[in-house]
Ligand binder design. Structure first.
Ligand code: AHM
Ligand code: MG
Length: 333
């Protein structure tokens, strides 16, 4: 007997992020996996709220600075604060969350009444990355990074290679959720009609070499000589330049199309500008999980031993051959 058409459409229905997380949890068969999928789900709920606030920000007075400077010495935007509050509110009540760390908070937040269950997690995040794009309606993002935490080790920071989940949300023409649980990288697009993130295509694989670089070229004169030499080689080879000024938007392009994203050391920021724990590590792991490479210029980002929540690190990530060419140029100078 022929299968009714309605059953076929149910079977081929696109997978939502919730179903994807449930499937991952079933495959792992552990209480820890259950907590982890709930935590990622909390991040996704918060980012839907952030996306909604961003859509109307030019109409409801949510743009502009709030007159406070964060621990990085940067002016906080109203939406930085709103995004941070939405993430903390969603995460601090989830089972298994014992520590939160945010770009917008000076210190780690230890969740005192955490229901610890079988597994305990730290969630580190940049609530609104690229916030200098807000006032012009440009793309911005949220980045998150999750670790397991041993009892009594709540204040200890771990190297990026110990992450158990990481991802970002790009708020652009679409709201796009990209994540890894350590078995490849998957992409989901928010369907605004139903409010679900829906899986888009196959797991992402970054091309071995790209045709563009993404760096703030206005700083070129103060980059170490190896970066200048590498960029000259790229130009000679016909590369294009693409730079949105929001790491999430720039890394998303590199992830899909290949190439290299960099924030090198500069005279003003000798250790680079980007933060290890909630920018470089999660983005670096995603790129590695898609088959690319993520380097400080001297070695793998994910091996860096963290000393503080807000520490900065030089970042170069993207197509494997492009990152290798940069490392060779740096080693030769
Ligand atoms: P933010 O998290 O305070 O927004 O800062 C990080 C951003 C990155 O998204 C982006 O790659 C970089 O800063 C841009 O810096 P610059 O304006 O120096 O090029
Ligand atoms: Mg940022």
């Amino acid at each position: 007997m022929a299968t009714p058409a309605s059953v076929i459409s149910l079977r081929t229905r696109p997978q939502t992020l919730q179903n994807y997380l449930l499937a991952a949890e079933r495959a792992a068969r552990s209480d820890g996996a259950r907590s982890l999928s709930w935590i990622v789900s909390a991040v996704s709920s918060a980012t839907k709220g952030i996306a909604a606030r961003l859509r109307t920000a030019g109409l409801d007075g949510a743009l502009g600075a709030v007159g406070q400077v964060n621990v990085q010495g940067e002016q906080q935007q109203a939406l930085d604060v709103i995004a941070n509050e939405l993430l903390i509110a969603e995460l601090q009540s989830r089972d298994g969350v014992v520590v939160l760390g945010s770009e917008e908070n000076d210190e780690l937040i230890v969740v005192d009444e955490a229901d610890c269950g079988a597994c305990r997690y730290a969630v580190l995040f940049d609530p609104l990355d690229g916030s200098s794009n807000l006032d012009v309606g440009g793309s911005v993002g949220t980045i998150f990074s999750i670790y397991e935490v041993a009892a009594g080790a709540e204040q200890d920071l771990q190297a990026g290679r110990h992450q158990v989940a990481a991802g970002y949300v790009l708020y652009g023409p679409s709201t796009i959720f990209v994540m890894t649980l350590g078995q490849g990288v998957d992409m989901f697009i928010l369907d605004p009609a139903v409010g679900n993130f829906v899986r888009a295509g196959e797991p992402l694989r970054i091309p071995a070499r790209g045709r563009s670089y993404s760096v703030n070229e206005a700083n070129l004169d103060s980059f170490p000589a190896g970066y200048q030499r590498f960029l000259a080689e790229c130009r000679a080879a016909g590369y294009s330049s693409r730079y949105a000024g929001a790491m999430v938007a720039d890394v998303h392009r590199v992830l899909l199309q290949g190439g290299i994203f960099m924030y090198p050391p500069t005279a003003k920021a000798p250790a680079g500008k980007l933060r290890l724990m909630y920018e470089a590590n999660p983005m670096g792991w995603l790129i590695e999980q898609a088959g690319g490479a993520a380097s400080t210029g001297q070695g793998r980002i994910l091996e860096v031993l963290p000393a503080s929540l807000h520490q900065r690190v030089p970042v170069a990530l993207g197509s494997r051959d492009d990152v290798t060419a940069l490392e060779l140029a740096l080693a030769a100078t």
